[in-house]
Structures are given as structure tokens and as C-alpha cells.
Write a protein that binds this ligand. Structure first.
Ligand SMILES: Nc1ncnc2c1ncn2[C@@H]1O[C@H](COP(=O)(O)OP(=O)(O)OP(=O)(O)O)[C@@H](O)[C@H]1O
Length: 262
């Protein structure tokens, strides 16, 4: 398997606060589905944001597709970001725009400023948007305004907007945290398909341990900014969960044996 992302000795400190990330190391392979789990404030979002340079890590090295992301200048960074799709908990759609227009926003990074401002998309781009939206079960909603959709539908538009970039990797920051269980399952099923059938690497921050274990090839467990578990979801034990969640572990309702068997 080829490594697509390598995170080496990465740290992040906000001002004089204690470190949000401390000597974080892991590798993610091409097409792998990875969940990052850990208690609130562990550093999950900070880690995802460092990977696509929404924020700058304080130290260490992040290599994506053989490029050192932390050294990239503005133009190179813009190019790399077209290969890394981002999915947000609150979808980040433009409510007054249609589903297809929101989807097409995913290719703004590849367009000239003028074309982007004027919303100039060619026929091939529009057809591609329709294909992706149909694949995600939104074929009937293409011309609806985004604010007329349910949460689960909005998140599928968020996925469509990321997919139209033709990314190598998706970073998903708590993509199901605002959704009911049925919509959450639909989103996780789509993300799994995107990884296993389209070969796109998927990294997901999750609060739900059971969901992480069910869908992921690999789990990265973080506690207080440090990686305390890095391995196959099949190998994780209750002791590992305790190390990741500390005293919160007792409150987590899960049956590792049952999940591993399913
Ligand atoms: N912009 C910021 N300025 C200062 N401190 C920050 C900032 N962003 C995050 N932090 C701190 O960094 C630490 C990690 O936060 P982060 O949001 O990455 O955790 P998380 O694991 O994603 O939490 P949650 O599951 O609650 O979203 C926390 O102590 C948080 O207060």
C-alpha cells in the first residue's frame, strides 16, 4: 500500500496555552478509511485543520502526496487544497443558492477569480455535478435551494461539493454530529463507498466510537493532543478505549465484540 499522508512529530500550540497537539505521528494509505476518535478537546479538529493548513502546525512535518504541506507557498497550497476535500459538521453551504450551485462551488479553487465570481461553469462541469448528485441520491433536488433540504441532504451536498474537486483525500470534521441516526448511516455508507469503490482516502473525526469501529480500516485515538492508539479497528480493545477516553470511557455505550463480529 502506498502512503498518501504522513504526519511526523506534529505539534500545535495556541498562544501560551498547553499544546493542543504533541508529537503526533501516523501514516494514512491510499484509499484507506481512517477515523480519529477522542474526548472533547483532545485535538481532533486541530489535527484535521493542520493537515490542509487551515491553521499552521507549530512543529513537525506533514507530507501529502509526497509534498511537504507545511512549506507550500500560496499558489502550491491552493493546488494541493484542490486535492483535499473538506466536509464540515454544519455543512457550510450557501443557503440561498441551489444544490447544483453549491456543488459547483467545489471547483472554485480551480477557476480564475473572474469565472468564479460570475459563477461561470461549463456544460461538462454541470453534467459532472448532476452525476455526483445523482450518485448521492439527490437527483430530484438539484435545483432546490440549499435551505429547503434536511440535514442529511445538506451533508450529501457537502460531499458532492468535495467530490467535484476530484480529490485524492476527504477530511471530514464530525460529519454526522448534527444528524439523526438514519441520516448519519446514509452519510457514513456514502463515505465508505467513496473510500472502497472510488479509492479516495477518507479521514473522519467522530464522537461515536461504535460508528468509527464499524466503518474504519484504521483508528487513530487521541487524548490530550497525543496519539494513544494507532491501529486496525479490528484490534482495538476496551483497554485501548479506556486509554483514549480516560474517565469518559465508562459512559460510552458500546459492545466491541458485537461490532467486531458484525
Ligand atoms: N483557535 C484556538 N485558539 C485557542 N485554543 C484553541 C483553538 N482551537 C482549539 N483550541 C484548543 O485546542 C484544544 C483542542 O481543540 P480541538 O477543537 O482540536 O478538540 P476536538 O478534539 O476537536 O474537540 P471536540 O470533539 O469538542 O470538537 C482544546 O483545548 C481547544 O480549547
Amino acid at each position: 500500500m502506498t502512503a498518501l499522508l504522513e504526519v511526523n512529530h506534529v505539534s500545535k500550540q495556541f498562544g501560551n496555552d498547553s499544546k493542543a497537539l504533541s508529537d503526533v505521528n501516523f501514516t494514512v494509505n491510499e484509499g484507506e478509511f481512517v477515523s480519529i476518535i477522542g474526548p472533547s478537546g483532545a485535538g481532533k479538529s486541530t489535527l484535521l485543520r493542520c493537515i490542509n493548513r487551515m491553521i499552521d502546525a507549530t512543529g513537525g512535518e506533514i507530507t501529502f502526496d509526497n509534498m511537504n504541506v507545511m512549506n507550500l507557498k500560496k499558489k502550491e497550497l491552493k493546488m494541493v487544497r484542490t486535492r483535499i476535500g473538506m466536509i464540515f459538521q454544519h455543512y457550510n453551504l450557501v443557503n440561498r443558492l441551489s444544490v447544483i450551485e453549491n456543488t459547483l462551488h467545489g471547483i472554485l479553487g480551480k477557476k480564475s477569480t473572474i469565472a468564479g465570481v460570475l459563477g461561470l461553469y461549463n456544460q461538462a462541469e454541470r453534467e459532472q455535478a448532476v452525476r455526483i448528485l445523482s450518485m448521492l441520491g439527490l437527483g430530484e433536488h438539484i435545483y432546490k435551494r440549499a435551505d429547503q433540504l434536511s440535514g442529511g441532504q445538506k451533508q450529501r451536498v457537502g460531499i458532492a461539493r468535495a467530490l467535484i474537486q476530484n480529490p485524492r483525500m476527504l477530511l471530514c470534521d464530525e460529519p454526522i454530529a448534527s444528524l439523526d441516526p438514519n441520516s448519519a448511516k446514509t452519510i457514513m455508507d456514502h463515505l465508505r463507498t467513496i473510500s472502497s469503490q472510488m479509492g479516495i482516502t477518507v479521514i473522519v473525526n467522530l464522537h461515536q466510537v461504535d460508528v468509527a469501529l464499524k466503518y474504519s480500516d484504521k483508528i487513530i485515538g487521541i487524548n490530550q493532543g497525543q496519539v494513544v492508539f494507532n491501529g486496525s479497528s479490528k484490534d482495538i480493545t476496551k483497554e485501548d478505549i479506556q486509554r483514549i477516553y480516560g474517565s469518559e470511557a465508562e459512559d460510552l455505550i458500546f459492545d466491541i465484540g458485537g461490532i467486531h463480529a458484525s
